[in-house]
Design a protein around this ligand. Structure first.
Ligand code: FES
Length: 201
C-alpha cells in the first residue's frame, strides 16, 4: 500500500519567530518551565553559550544587539563623545538595563540625554584632545568579551570587563576595570579623577 509514504511526517522547521515566542522574557524567572526545546537538548552549558543563546533569543527586534565576535573597544574622540563597541550591558542610574553593541556616551557633561551623547558638546564648545596616556594592565585578546558599564549617579561611568581604550593618534590602554569621566572636568580624561576637578558629576 502507498500508505507508508503518506505516513511521512514533515519535520517542523523552527523559525526565528517560533524561537521568540517560545523564549522566556529576558527578565523571566530562570525556574520558568517555558524553556525552549532546543535549549533542553543541548547538554553543554557554559557562560559563553548562555550569552550566545540570549542574543539568539532576542533576534527579531532590530534594536536588540547581536553577539559580536570581537573584543570591546572604546574610541575617545577629539572634543566629542566616547564611542563604545562590543557586547555591552549598560546599567542606567535608575537601575534599568540596556544591552547594546554600539553606544555613543557623553563625556562633556552637557547632554540632555545622559548617559548618551546628543551633540551638545558642539553647543558648549567642549574641547579635549582625547589623549589616552594610562598604561595597559592586561594583554590584548582576540576573543569576544562581555563588558558592564554602570552609570553612577552624579559620578562617572564605571566599567568592568575587557576594554581597549584608544584614540586615532595611535594611543591605547587595555584594561579590565576603571571609571570614565562624564562631567568633562577631570584632569585625567578620559578617566575620572575621583572628583578632584568637579563636584562629583
Ligand atoms: S560628548 Fe556629546 S553631548 Fe556630551
Amino acid at each position: 500500500m502507498g500508505s507508508a509514504t503518506k505516513a511521512y511526517i514533515k519535520p517542523h522547521r523552527q523559525s526565528d519567530s517560533d524561537q521568540l515566542s517560545a523564549a522566556p522574557e529576558s527578565n523571566s524567572n530562570p525556574n520558568s518551565p517555558t524553556v525552549p526545546e532546543t535549549v533542553v537538548k543541548k547538554s553543554e552549558s557554559t557562560d559563553e553559550k548562555a550569552l550566545d543563546r540570549w542574543f539568539l533569543e532576542q533576534r527579531g527586534n532590530k534594536r536588540v544587539p547581536k553577539r559580536l565576535n570581537i573584543p570591546n573597544e572604546l574610541l575617545v574622540t577629539t572634543a566629542g563623545q566616547l564611542k563604545l563597541i562590543g557586547n555591552i550591558t549598560l546599567i542606567n542610574e535608575d537601575g534599568s538595563v540596556t544591552r547594546a553593541n554600539n553606544l555613543n556616551l557623553c563625556r562633556c557633561g552637557a547632554s540632555n540625554n545622559r548617559p548618551f551623547c546628543d551633540e551638545q558638546h558642539l553647543e558648549v564648545e567642549f574641547f579635549d584632545g582625547g589623549a589616552v596616556t594610562r598604561p595597559s594592565d592586561c594583554m590584548p585578546v582576540t576573543q569576544p568579551q562581555s563588558l558592564t558599564v554602570t552609570c553612577v549617579k552624579d559620578g562617572p561611568l564605571k566599567f568592568r570587563g575587557y576594554l581597549r581604550i584608544y584614540n586615532k593618534k595611535g594611543q591605547e590602554c587595555i584594561t579590565t576595570s576603571g571609571a570614565l569621566c562624564r562631567c568633562g572636568k577631570s584632569s585625567k580624561k578620559p578617566f575620572c579623577d575621583n572628583g578632584q576637578s568637579c563636584e562629583g558629576g
